[in-house]
Design a protein. Sequence first.
Length: 259
Amino acid sequence: MTRRQRARAIRAVQYAVLVALLLAIVLAADWGELRRAFFDAEVARSLFPDIITTALVNTVVYTLLGFGFGLVLGVVLALMRLSQVPPYRWLAVAYIEFFRGVPALLVFIALGFGVPLAFQVALDRYVTVMLALGLVGAAYIAETMRAGIQAVPKGQMEAARSLGMSHSRAMASIIIPQAFRIVLPPLTNELVLLTKDSSLVYLLGLSLDQYELSKFGRDALNQHRSLTPILVAGVCYLIITVPLGHLVRRLEARSAKAR
C-alpha cells in the first residue's frame, strides 16, 4: 500500500470506530427516561416567555456591563504594563496576576458582601455585577491588548512622531485603533467567557426581575422537579455564544485575508 492508501485506510478505521461508539451509546441509552427528565414539553412551554424576556435579557445586560467596564480598565492596564515608569508596570502586573489567579466566585463574594460590610455602603446590584465581571475580565483583556499594541509595527509610532504627534496622541489615534483590529477575535472570546461567568450573579441574591439564565433554570428545576429548565437555559446560552463564536471566525478570516 502507498502512503496515501495507508492514510485513507487508517482514517476509515477511525471513522468506523467512531460510528460504532456512537451507535453503542445510542442503543444503550434509556431514551424514555431521558425524554422524561430533559425533554418535557409542558415544562419547557411553561418557561416562556419569561426565560427570554427576563433571564436572557438580564444575562446580556450583565455581560455587556462587565465587558464595557473591563474593556476600558483593560486598555488602561495594558498601557500601564507598557509604560516606561516602573511603578505603573508593577501595579499593572500585580493587578493582572492577582485577578487572573483569583476565582471570579471570590470577587463576587467580596464585592457583594465584603465591601458593604467593610465600608457600610450598599452598592446597586448592577454596579456590583459590572465591577465583579469587569475586574476579572480586565486582567485578561489587558494582556490581550498589550499583545495587540506590541504587534503593531514600530514604524507606525515613528512615523506619527515624525509628523509632530505627541506619544499619547499617536497612541490614541494610530496605535490603539490598529491594535483593536488585531485583537478583536480574542476580545470576542473574552465576551463569551464573561457571558458564562455572569451565572455567578446568583450569589448576590436576586429578585425575580433580576434573574439571569442559570438562576432562572435552577429555580424552575426546583419547581418542576425536572431537568428540562436546565437544558432550555443551556440552549439560551447557545443563542448568545454561538453567534459570537461565528463572529470570531469571521473576524479571524477577515484579519488573515487582510494580512
